[in-house]
Design a protein around this ligand. Structure first.
Ligand SMILES: Cc1ncc(COP(=O)(O)O)c(C=O)c1O
Length: 445
């Protein structure tokens, strides 16, 4: 069995961060407690293609890829060349840059719902802009939503609708502290797939619903007709239908889930993978819903930053050039087959479930309360073997069959450790770390 990697420099930095940075990281998904804390690397030194090297010099195959933000592979030569060339010409001008128009034209050509475009620098920010535009366009306040849409007040205010006693917050231990209580009731969650619930919410808030904002797909495809039914209800009630494709966009189809499923919303939010690791986000939509934004206060200095625009334009063109849709299917299916085989070889029961763009390990456990310990042990044992992953895998175009083969071997050995721990009832003894904190939990499924 391989030794545990030396991650002492990572842990030193993490201890220093504790004094300087509240919460230690800028993104909750980067906290050490989200992985095998004490075994998984915490700080990276550099990254290229499908791999990164941590500050202690250990190399890992990366299946997290900045939670999906990296899509072509780390430090992609073509995107980085375009960004470097732009840096030499200036990143932020006093005037507007023509790349704003070039990217808008590319987005309009690519995303079915896009006729007009606004930019941001992040996904949550773009969701907040979409909420503002939808409210301004309809002159209504209530937003019905499902899925995760970032850290902003409009969305986090929904936590006030949740019973604090039950602890049902989207992140364990993180409460809506600092979010104005006055916003309670302005953003209301609904359950994915439950058309009757959505209809009832429309009835309850008749004439007040500005928008329905939802992730059209997360890990599985919806029942046929579901998104069409949501669209029909939104139309009937005069609400703007917004697809948040920040996480589900780009990999399945470059034009998004909406292209794949043939349902065109009124507005779409994109970010993350659109620029392969450079900050960018966008709200796109029909002229009818977007045009009134010209009369709303939606404005920020760095939204015009040319490096993000150059990165995004190049990334989208490269996705098209590199036959990304077919490649993601190939990589995802190959990974799924390999992980399935690893599960079978270990004697565990389960499968690699979910869409090929977001496959994840789903084990049948004797007791569901063991899930966190098993997930932590899997992450720990994979880290030990040079694989950085959650229970789910987010591929890039840089991942090769060799990466999948190495990952499969590591998974096979890791599942065997889990099987032994389950059989002997000593999972805790095998863990070199605390059990992973509640993973990123969405307000509603
Ligand atoms: C669907 C969805 N919307 C919004 C966001 C927020 O994006 P960002 O972290 O860039 O603010 C995320 C991030 O995970 C997301 O998955």
């Amino acid at each position: 069995m391989p030794d545990f990697p030396d991650i002492s420099k990572s842990l030193e930095l993490y201890a220093r961060a504790n004094k300087l940075i509240p919460g230690r990281t800028q993104l909750i998904s980067r906290r050490a407690s989200q992985f095998a804390n004490g075994v998984s690397p915490v700080y990276a030194d550099h990254a290229k293609g499908s791999r990164f090297v941590d500050v202690d010099g250990n190399e890992y195959i990366d299946w997290v890829n900045a939670v999906g933000a990296v899509i072509l592979g780390h430090a992609d030569d073509v995107v980085d060349r375009a960004v470097k060339a732009q840096i030499d010409r200036g990143s932020l001008y006093t005037l507007n840059g023509p790349l704003e128009i070039d990217l808008a034209e590319e987005l309009v050509e690519t995303i079915p719902s896009a006729e007009m475009v606004r930019y941001t620098k992040a996904g949550g920010e773009a969701c907040a802009v979409a909420a503002r535009i939808a409210r301004g366009t309809t002159n209504r306040d209530v937003i019905l939503f499902c899925g995760y849409h970032g850290w902003h007040d409009w969305y986090q205010s929904a936590n006030y609708l949740v019973d604090p006693e039950s602890g049902e917050y989207p992140f364990a231990g993180i409460e809506p502290t600092g979010v104005p209580r006055a916003l309670a009731g302005t953003a209301i969650p609904f359950t994915y797939g439950d058309t009757a619930m959505l209809e009832a919410l429309f009835d309850e808030h008749a004439g007040k619903v500005a928008a329905v904002m939802m992730e059209p797909v997360r890990s599985e495809l919806p029942d046929p007709g579901y998104l069409k039914a949501v669209q029909a209800l939104s139309r009937k009630n005069g609400a703007v239908l917004i697809f948040d494709e920040v996480s589900c966009g780009w990999r399945l189809r470059v034009g998004g889930v909406q292209e794949y499923l043939g349902v065109t919303p009124d507005m779409t939010v994109v970010a993350k993978a659109m620029s392969n690791g450079y900050p960018m986000g966008a709200v796109v939509g029909s002229q009818e819903v977007m045009e009134p934004a010209g009369r709303m206060f939606v404005s920020s200095s760095y939204w015009s930053d040319n490096t993000g625009l150059a990165a995004s334009l190049t990334t989208i063109r490269e996705l098209k050039k590199r036959d990304s849709e077919r490649r993601f299917e190939e990589i995802g299916e190959s990974l799924r087959t390999t992980i399935d085989q690893a599960i079978t070889d270990s004697g565990l029961s389960g499968r690699c479930a979910g869409l090929y763009t977001n496959p994840g390990v789903a084990l049948d456990l004797p007791d569901p309360r063991l899930a966190s310990a098993v997930a932590t042990l899997f992450i720990q044992e994979m880290a030990r073997r040079g694989i950085h992953t959650y229970m789910g895998f987010k591929a890039t175009l840089a991942h090769t069959e060799e990466d999948i083969r190495i990952t499969g071997r590591a998974a096979s050995e890791s599942f065997s450790v889990i099987k032994k721990g389950l059989d002997a009832g000593n999972l805790d003894e095998l863990l070199q770390c605390d059990i992973k904190k509640e993973p990123f939990r969405r307000l509603v499924k």
